[in-house]
Design a protein around this ligand. Structure first.
Ligand code: A3P
Length: 297
């Protein structure tokens, strides 16, 4: 157990070497026996305030509803797509919410390929993975842990640097997560996207998602989706900016959930020495993979 800034005990437990929240681990058999369906679409990202999960969720929701803003305002983003491994009893778990959802379902997970319930692979459903470069992910996750009282206090930036590269964060190592999903992409129906690409050319990437979802929207609708899912819009939108979450869970006066939304903010955090060390570790850990990240725009 680790102590948060509020002095709360944050209970985590490992599953196959990956740290997860205790309530998730307590619910593990229900999660592992989850029954996926062939027409499910699973949104997958490395956690949590890190990779642009909320961003891709809003994009997918807008595409599904043909750019109808009102329909996307029906609920806060956390409630629109059941989060498979989420558990906070006595509230209904992510699995229970998914079961209650009519098909075709759009679901969300932060699990690695190793920990994903096997029925997702067996049902051959669609997966939409969004990856973000490790350095910006580390920065984003660090600030998220500072403000989120359900996650451990990250400590100083120097301390967090070690925690992150050793994969001792909730949902595990960035390196294993990204490598695992990258390796699966040719064997399953996986659309593998990069945060940096969406940032550089949102329309082009949104079009890819649209085609992957089997939809066909005209230019004006696409342009509207680009506009509505911009960082500036989503930061002001109470359905996406987490402003409805209680301060005892997320304290946005410490760091806003919609923090910066840029590529390359790592340069404001990494020292020259940390950067060199990181690059060396990265080379070792990512050896043999063909994945290539953009580090600045
Ligand atoms: P920063 O902390 O770098 O600002 P997740 O939803 O997976 O928790 O990811 C959160 C990260 O995505 C945060 O990154 C957040 O600002 C960024 N983000 C959310 N919506 C975005 C958008 N519309 N455009 C760009 N970045 C966005």
């Amino acid at each position: 157990a680790l102590t948060s800034e509020l002095g709360k005990q944050i209970k985590l437990k490992e599953v196959e070497g990956t740290l997860l929240q205790l309530a998730t681990v307590d619910n593990w058999s229900q999660i592992q026996s989850f029954e996926a369906k062939p027409d499910d679409l699973l949104i997958c990202t490395y956690p949590k305030a890190a990779s642009g999960t909320t961003w891709i969720q809003e994009i997918v929701d807008m595409i599904e509803h043909n750019g109808d803003v009102e329909k996307c305002q029906r609920a806060i983003i956390q409630q629109r797509h059941p989060f498979i491994e989420w558990a906070r009893p006595p509230q209904p778990s992510g699995v229970e919410k998914a079961k209650a959802m009519p098909s075709p379902r759009i679901l969300k997970t932060h699990l690695s390929t190793q920990l994903l319930p096997p029925s997702f692979w067996e049902s051959n459903c669609k997966f939409l993975y969004v990856a973000r470069n490790a350095k910006d992910c580390m920065v984003s996750y660090y600030h998220f842990q500072r403000m989120n009282h359900k996650l451990p206090d990250p400590g100083t930036w120097e301390e967090y640097f070690e925690t992150f590269i050793n994969g001792k964060v909730v949902w595990g190592s960035w390196f294993d997560h990204v490598k695992g999903w990258w390796e699966m992409k040719d064997r399953y129906q996986i659309l593998f996207l990069f945060y940096e690409d969406i940032k550089r050319d949102p329309k082009h990437e949104i079009q890819k998602v649209m085609k992957f979802m089997g939809k066909n929207l005209d230019e004006t609708v696409l342009d509207k989706i680009v506009q509505e899912t911009s960082f500036e819009k989503m930061k002001e939108n109470p359905m996406t900016n987490r402003s409805t979450v209680s301060k005892s869970i997320m304290d946005q006066s410490i760091s806003p959930f919609m923090r910066k939304g840029t590529v390359g903010d790592w340069k404001n955090h990494f020292t020259v020495a940390q950067n060199e060390r990181f690059d060396e570790i990265y080379r070792k850990k990512m050896e043999g993979t063909s994945i290539n990240f953009c580090m600045e725009l």
